[in-house]
Design a protein around this ligand. Structure first.
Ligand code: HEM
Length: 494
């Protein structure tokens, strides 16, 4: 907390201007950092890059240019870091803190000073963090377990129907329904009825459409030069305003329903509405609560649904891994109809599968860090206070220095306790780092393990013939068009 306070004081008086800080403003020796060849005036390194795949483009460039590199487009220059040593330095909270920039900053109009998008110096970050953290304690998790099981039951009902009809299932679509319903029910006592919708006729829930629309808009703002925004994004800006208005209305309805009911089961929404800060007695303001609800509905489901989808993809691709995971679930859960809370974390091998999926495809593929004081990165790259870089998690997780000579190979045994102990710290960061790391980590892990356990116990899964993994990028990553064929396993197993 003291560190955060120190950072807050410094960040409140930044050495560099607010708004987008291009790298040349904060890195006095930028020439030491490589950039792609054939840099052109104005468009910089944008030639050959695809606005729909900025992360995958950066990964390709990273593989060519090494552990630190820069990319420039339309006057904006960004430093990327992915070498294990450099990323470990940037995890040092005495020297670096979260940087709210790029995609995260573009979410500010939607999520304001909610936990994810708050600047380090904004008092609402610490206030909301302290009020909401107990909502993610072990005890709180145990309280969400029954609701999570209930939502997972809706998923298996839907998958049973697909299996009986011989239909392949749409994995990212169904995982998104599951994770949205889970955070909405456990956090806010709200039911979007996603599984009950006739998807073919009605499409996704309007909340999901509005959210996806607002997220895609935020991402496009990263890649469209500001000068061209009014021309290129005029229609998109109008639609974005409509999406945001819808999200605000939906959230106000959730809050109004709770207030009318005179309180709920002590979930996140009750905390936001009723709990005062344990030391200062301060409460969250109504506008901030609105922002927090949107934050949790968004942050609480996109990433987990991607993680589940990638894990299912890899399980379906690798029969030996699938069989081992199924055997573990059968052994650990036995014949019990519904697993108890404590039985979920005992799925150690399934957890390794999930970790390995998050290694190769960290669904939040990068996070930004800024220098809290003038410093030198890697002994060679001076940074002024406020200068920042993007840590490219998807490449950090492929650095051969940490992961060996074949980082592309999917191998859950990279996460045996011995293997983890043998690696340096700070090389696995799917949930970010430091004080601003993911508050929902345990929530996501419990939800994902519970769901994978239930699915593995109930079905054999197979990929559709000829499926090749393609990654779609919004703010998060997702396996595009992943469909799986199901066969019910013995009815005695669930
Ligand atoms: C596999 C699932 C998830 C992944 C990979 C993930 C990843 C991340 C990452 C990388 C950050 C740090 C971002 C940064 O430094 O800018 C973050 C922050 C955050 N996440 Fe998650 N997340 C997941 C699930 C969840 C869930 C389930 C919730 C809520 C129930 C959640 C809520 C948040 C919030 C509120 C923050 C901001 C924390 C703060 O700054 O104080 N996340 N997440």
């Amino acid at each position: 907390m003291a560190t955060m306070a120190a950072q807050a004081t410094q960040a409140a008086d930044p050495a560099l201007p607010r708004g987008f800080r291009s790298a040349e403003q904060g890195w006095p020796h930028l020439e030491r950092i490589p950039h792609p060849p054939r840099r052109l005036p104005v468009i910089g390194d944008a030639l050959g890059s695809n606005v729909r795949t900025p992360v995958q483009d950066s990964m390709r460039i990273a593989a060519r240019l090494g552990p630190i590199f820069r990319r420039k487009g339309f006057g904006k220059e960004i430093v990327f870091v992915w070498g294990a040593d450099l990323a470990a330095e940037m995890a040092d909270e005495t020297r670096f803190a979260k940087h709210v920039g790029l995609g995260v900053a573009n979410l500010r109009p939607m999520a304001g000073d909610g936990l994810f998008t708050a600047y380090n110096h904004e008092p609402n970050w610490q206030l909301a963090h302290d009020i909401l953290a107990p909502g993610f304690s072990r005890e709180a998790m145990a309280g969400y377990h029954a609701l999570m099981l209930d939502v997972a039951g809706r998923l298996t009902d839907a998958w049973d129907a697909s299996e009986a009809a011989g239909r392949a299932v749409d994995v990212p679509g169904d995982m998104t329904k599951l994770t949205l319903e889970t955070i909405a029910r456990t956090g806010f006592g709200y039911d979007f009825g996603s599984f009950e919708r006739d998807f073919e006729r009605e499409g996704p829930h309007p909340f999901v459409s509005a959210m996806v629309g607002a997220l895609s808009f935020a991402q496009r703002r990263n890649v469209v030069p500001p000068l061209l925004t009014p021309v290129l994004l005029r229609g998109a800006q109008r639609r974005n305003a409509a999406h945001r208005a819808y999200l605000d209305r939906a959230v106000d309805e959730v809050i109004a329903t709770r207030r009318e009911a005179g309180g709920g089961p002590g979930d996140l929404l009750d905390r936001m509405l009723e709990v005062a800060h344990p030391e200062t007695g301060e409460r969250l303001a109504p506008e901030n609560i609105r922002r927090q609800v949107i934050t949790f509905l968004v942050a609480g489901h996109e990433t987990t649904s991607g993680a589940l989808s990638f894990a299912l993809h890899h399980l379906a691709q690798d029969r030996a891994v699938l069989t081992r995971a199924q055997e573990e679930v059968d052994r650990v859960w036995g014949a019990v109809e519904v697993p108890a809370y404590e039985q979920v974390a005992k799925l150690r091998y399934v957890r390794r599968v999930l970790d390995e999926a998050l290694r190769l495809w960290p669904t939040a593929p990068a996070y930004a860090r800024e220098a809290v004081a003038d410093t030198t990165l890697g002994g060679a790259h001076p940074m002024r206070r406020g200068a920042w870089a993007l840590v490219l998690t998807a490449m950090l997780h492929r650095d051969p220095a940490a992961w060996g000579p074949h980082p592309e190979v999917f191998d859950p045994d990279r996460f045996t306790p011995q293997a983890v102990r043998a690696r340096p710290a700070h090389v696995f960061k799917p949930f970010g780092t430091g004080a601003r790391a993911c508050i929902g980590r345990q929530f996501a892990l419990h939800e994902a393990l519970l769901t994978l356990g239930l699915l593995l116990r109930r079905y054999d899964i197979e990929p559709e013939p000829g499926y090749r993994l393609q990654i779609s990028e919004r703010l998060t990553l997702m396996p595009r068009g992943l469909r799986l064929r199901l066969t019910r396993r013995s009815p005695a197993t669930g």
